[in-house]
Design a protein around this ligand. Structure first.
Ligand code: PLP
Length: 385
């Protein structure tokens, strides 16, 4: 049985050229990039090159790239590191539909006395910039964190309007604007200057790179408090010996993802559209969530659907038996019995929020995969209904 993988928002298979590069770099390198001897200098050169290539792909300076262990750590360095630079923790404004790693960082800020406000989202899963700005104008707020693209529904957020509003608010003290762009890189153009952000988090495994490598864009001049202490790696922002082969492979994945993003977006948009129309024609009582399918306010590869009367986790288990890999909500929460916090934030009841199914397409997805997925879905739904 050929299996169909439609869970690219959870993770992507490492690209063959990235895997080959990773293995070759592991073969070649023996040193720690902080060592001064030849083996160390060789590793340092590969690390510097990876930083330069990542920076060029993102259109930023080399000194604006920090390597971490993943999206979660990048978010924590941005938010906890941004909040705890001064004596009193800076307060945070975020949204109720953020990834659990942002909500977790928000809880950590709140536990240490920083005020946290989570603004709501509309039924399409988008924030209202006016609400974000209103919350950001409250006393003590030093950080705003709004995701670029939602991992469950695929809705894009109005980052540029928020940034423009933040700039125009007359207010004492600095406020940093962070975006969790983990699902955006490789799927939509990354326009950090246009978005007006000071900090942006990325993760290599969402775009054909290895697991365990994150990138934090930190605008030059932004002050962050390190969250890992010890060595002076990553300009003193993140202690710990760098995983040079994985970082170098991640840099290659980022370069390829940025280069191929326009063509991948066209292909995945067409295939997602085919997938949704086939599902809507085949299954009764299904609803597509988020901004309209043809809208440019959604990720081209992501479909979140409600399948009436069916528990999403049961459906995912059944689909798995039948050969389709998908998820009910985010991968991190897929073992959870709780309904998706994102669908609840969009105004769905707990029962409806439990019937969500996320199908996310990627580089390897073909038309045949899409048609096979619809057949499997039809079989699984009729077995469960
Ligand atoms: N942010 C978003 C929007 C995500 O989808 C994910 C991963 O699912 C993360 C952050 C966390 O990234 P990582 O798995 O690299 O820690």
């Amino acid at each position: 049985m050929k299996r169909v993988y439609l869970d690219h928002n959870a993770t992507t298979r490492p690209r063959p050229e990235v895997r080959a590069h990773l293995l070759q770099t592991m073969e070649e390198l023996e040193g720690n990039p902080s060592s001064v001897h030849r083996a160390g200098r060789q590793a340092r050169a590969v690390l510097d090159d990876a930083r330069a290539r990542t920076a060029a792909a993102l259109g930023v300076g080399e000194d604006e790239v920090v390597f971490t262990s993943g999206g979660t750590e990048s978010v924590h360095l941005a938010l906890l590191g941004g909040s705890f630079v001064a004596r009193a923790p800076a307060g945070l404004v975020t949204s109720a539909a953020e990834h659990s790693c942002v909500l977790g960082a928000a809880e950590a800020i709140a536990a240490r006395g920083g005020p946290v406000h989570a603004v709501g989202v509309d039924p399409r899963c988008q924030v209202d910039p006016a609400e974000v700005l209103d919350a950001a104008s409250r006393p003590g707020v030093g950080l705003v964190s709004i995701m670029a693209a939602n991992n469950e529904v695929g809705a894009l957020q109005p980052l540029a309007s928020i940034a423009a509003g933040l700039r125009s608010q007359r207010r004492e003290g600095t406020r940093l604007f962070h975006t969790d762009a983990v699902q955006a890189l490789g799927r939509i153009p990354i326009r950090l200057a246009e978005w007006g952000v000071d900090l942006a988090s990325f993760s290599a495994h969402k775009l054909g790179g290895p697991l365990g490598v994150g990138i934090l864009y930190k605008r030059r001049g932004v002050q962050l408090a390190p969250q890992l202490h010890g060595g002076s790696q990553e300009a003193g922002l993140r202690a710990g010996s760098e995983n040079v082969p994985a970082i170098s492979a991640a840099a290659l994945a980022v370069e390829l993802a940025v280069r191929e993003e326009p063509s991948l977006a066209v292909r995945t948009r067409e295939l997602s559209s085919l997938l949704w129309h086939e599902i809507a024609d085949t299954l009764p009582d299904v609803e597509l969530l988020g901004p309209p399918l043809a809208s440019c306010e959604r990720l081209p590869n992501t479909l979140e659907i409600l399948v009436g009367g069916i528990d999403g986790r049961m459906l995912v288990a059944r689909l798995d038996l039948e050969g389709l890999e998908a998820s009910a909500g985010s991968a991190c929460a897929s073992g959870s019995l709780e309904p998706s916090h994102v669908l609840l934030a969009m105004g769905h009841s707990a029962e409806r929020a439990r019937s969500g199914l996320r199908l996310s397409l990627g580089r390897e997805t073909t038309r045949e995969d899409v048609l096979a997925a619809v057949e499997i879905l039809e079989r699984a739904v009729s077995a469960l209904r």
